[in-house]
Design a protein around this ligand. Sequence first.
Ligand SMILES: Cc1ncc(COP(=O)(O)O)c(C=O)c1O
Length: 185
Amino acid sequence: MRAIQGVLESGWLTLGPKTLEFERIFAEASDCKYGVAASNCTASLFLGLYGLEVEKKSLVVIPANTFAATASAVRFYGAEPIFCDVASNGNVDVEKLGEILEKEENVDCLIPVHLYGFPCDMKEITRLSRKYGLKIIEDCAQAQGASFNGRKVGSFWRCKLLQFLRNKKHYDWRRWNVTDKPRSS
Ligand SMILES: Cc1ncc(COP(=O)(O)O)c(C=O)c1O
């Protein structure tokens, strides 16, 4: 309560020292160098696409099973979502992903969504992204703190999005965090 009172009395209700502290602690907990707090996930997806300079009018592969915002942010940014079928755990099917990338020439970015707390197969997704020279934005909205092969989801590429939403794993306030640059890079 004292911490909350401190914020209220500081005059900084949105940006300010506590936000900077939150960004630093959250990035650290996510094995990333930097963190940027944003208003919501749709804004974070847009910022991710913008920050990585994803080609306008290019194709962005997203899983067929995700929240609508994954697709609408891509459309709003000015690229075109292309849907990849999912495996039995709800995450992108990497075999189908390989088939799409073999066929489509205009893909610039992949957005794997770590759904229901399950990490995507980041080993295969990273391999495919290298093979085809693609950017990755990890959507960790539903999987903050989850790991793949001992490594935190979101630390595999330069941009990940994390969300605190009441119906997700963490019961916290509604705020997104865009992190950049895995610690290991
Ligand atoms: C995987 C995923 N992506 C994007 C969103 C959109 O988040 P927001 O409503 O904060 O913009 C959600 C929200 O539930 C989500 O679960």
